[in-house]
Design a protein around this ligand. Structure first.
Ligand code: SF4
Ligand code: SF4
Length: 342
């Protein structure tokens, strides 16, 4: 079994972490079954967020009466100290616990620090002193904020997107965390569904001993794949290297990662899927994307107000309205049978 130690937290877990965002989309019964199955197989790190609707409640149900057997990380998107305490109280209640192992600021647009006027970091320290949280972490999609968090020395973990499409700067971030004795929690290791070969994804992450990937799990079949990597971890082979190289070429440049940070959209456009439809059509069974429901979602792009709210929020600096228009044009061509996909 490959294990990861999350820097100065000393938390040592199997290299397969459980990302609890997708369990919002399944019933409580199925979510509990997935989380328990993961635990029984040896997965002990579970990452959720206050923002993921009922995900915390589902984990609370799954680990009721056995809290100390797992590590739970959750996140707060609080903008001030009052919101911080309110959200922390709800998370503790939902998770049926009196402590959170790693409490993370959820993708803030700046790096919270003591004395910055928000009171957020002071609240973290107070929560830690009260024993309600054990370690302070931060998640982000912006390189500059992530780097500032590392340099600040205020955080024990960083959660950042990290998959085999990573740039040299992303890889440097992993090294900086290692030097700073900070845990690196890798989100989006499957790039929001664009990476379909999980063994290749694992083999990439395995090259970095301080990285803990948290796999977003919604179906038992997906979980079973990661469980199989506990005893048989995939390693980098020439074949996997070639596949990664090919994907890097195919996904080079500006593409939507499906993170959803640009939402909500005032025109009701489901940007996180619509802005990457061309890739979804070609990298997963296209029939799933050509249903009347998806067609209706894509048609909403016609209602785009060009308000640019999405563009200003995209952490990858994408021209989101233009990307939506491009994807819609391609979608119409595919629907009309003018362009063939799989
Ligand atoms: S520019 Fe269009 S897609 Fe973006 S937020 Fe505004 S209406 Fe929505
Ligand atoms: S357009 Fe940007 S913010 Fe919106 S889902 Fe895609 S990558 Fe995320």
């Amino acid at each position: 079994m490959e294990a990861v130690v999350l820097g100065s937290t000393g938390i040592k877990v199997n290299k397969n972490g459980f990302g609890a965002l997708p369990i919002q989309r399944v019933s409580t019964e199925d979510a509990v079954k997935l989380a328990r199955k993961a635990y029984e197989a040896g997965i002990t790190f579970f990452d959720t967020a206050r923002f993921y609707t009922d995900s915390e409640e589902k984990l609370g149900e799954a680990f009721d009466g056995m809290r100390e057997k797992v590590y739970i990380a959750t996140k707060t998107a609080a903008k001030n100290a009052d919101e911080f305490w309110e959200q922390l109280g709800i998370s503790l209640h939902n998770l049926r616990t009196d402590y959170i192992d790693i409490y993370q600021f959820h993708n803030p647009s700046f790096c919270p620090k003591p004395g910055d006027g928000t009171g957020l970091y002071e609240a973290m320290l107070e929560a830690k002193a009260q024993g309600k949280i054990r370690h302070i972490g931060i998640t982000n999609h912006r390189l500059a904020v992530a780097e500032e968090a590392i340099e600040s020395g205020l955080y024990e973990t960083l959660q950042f997107p990290f998959c085999y499409l990573a740039t040299d700067k992303d890889i440097a971030l992993v090294e900086k965390c290692k030097k700073a004795d900070m845990g690196f929690i890798a989100m989006k290791a499957l790039s929001g569904g664009l990476i379909t070969n999980s063994a290749a994804a694992y083999a990439f992450e395995a090259q970095y001993e301080n990285v803990l990937p948290i796999w977003g799990v919604q179906r038992e079949k997906e979980l079973d794949e990661f469980i199989s990597y506990i005893d048989n971890p995939p390693t980098m082979t020439d074949e996997i290297r070639a596949l990664i190289e090919n994907d890097r070429k195919e996904l080079a440049g500006d593409f939507c990662r499906g993170c959803g940070y640009c939402m909500p959209c005032p025109a009701g456009i489901e940007i996180n899927n619509c802005a990457r439809m061309s890739l979804l059509l070609r990298r997963s069974p296209s029939a799933l994307q050509l249903t009347p429901e998806v067609q209706a979602k894509m048609k909403k792009i016609e209602n785009c107000l060009h308000c640019n709210k999405c563009k200003s929020k995209c952490p990858y600096g994408l021209d989101t309205p233009a990307l939506l228009a491009k994807n819609y044009e391609d979608y119409k061509q595919v629907l009309a049978g003018n362009v063939s996909v799989n």
